[in-house]
Ligand binder design. Structure first.
Ligand SMILES: Cc1cc2nc3c(=O)[nH]c(=O)nc-3n(C[C@H](O)[C@H](O)[C@H](O)COP(=O)(O)O)c2cc1C
Length: 168
């Protein structure tokens, strides 16, 4: 099987789109670390008791490096109107995400301090329980600490065959 065959097959699995967020550790005891975000579709619900979710992060991506040190992170399940947020936080080789968050409304998670995007269908705050190296990705399994529904009745942003889609 070639890489192209693999990609073409998996591109036919329709997926919801989430934004994973976390705060870099502060540089000193007075500061607040920078917020980092990453668009992801490799996100699943894993267990109800205890409540666990999992995200698969490409090794050496900025979020993978950050979550190797920062156990607290958050998930915002994006709405169809948040396609621009998904595109922005998928850009390669970014140095800083500071400007990217500037016009995105968010509140800070009370447990994680991570940005929870306003207007998301759902937001979760998580603490890493387990990290599993899997090929060129790391599976990060997190215990869900809080769950909210900022925009419970919104329509989801989906990704299918390499494009963002709306349902229906
Ligand atoms: C629709 C979509 C879904 C993505 N899903 C994932 C994912 O599940 N895991 C992942 O590591 N990267 C995923 N990416 C890629 C990351 O968003 C992208 O590599 C990252 O934001 C760029 O930062 P980096 O240069 O540190 O990799 C996805 C990209 C897009 C457009």
């Amino acid at each position: 099987m070639s890489n192209d065959e693999f990609r073409a097959a998996l591109a036919r699995l329709a997926a919801g789109v989430v934004l994973i967020t976390a705060q870099e550790p502060p540089l000193d005891e007075h500061g607040r670390g920078e917020d980092v975000g990453m668009t992801a579709t490799a996100f699943v619900s894993v267990s109800l008791d205890p409540p666990l979710v999992m995200v698969s992060l490409r090794n050496d991506s900025r979020m993978d490096d950050l979550l190797a040190e920062q156990p607290l992170w958050a998930v915002s399940v994006l709405a169809e109107s948040q396609r621009h947020v998904a595109s922005r936080f998928a850009m390669k080789n970014r140095i800083s995400d500071r400007l990217l968050f500037e016009d995105v409304p968010y509140i800070r998670g009370e447990v994680t301090g991570a940005p929870l995007v306003g207007g998301a269908l759902a937001t979760l705050e998580c603490r890493t329980e387990q990290r599993v190296l899997a090929g060129d990705h790391t599976l990060v399994i997190g215990r869900v600490l809080t769950a909210s529904l900022p925009s419970a009745d919104g329509e989801p942003l989906a990704y299918f065959k390499g494009r963002y889609r709306r349902l229906g």
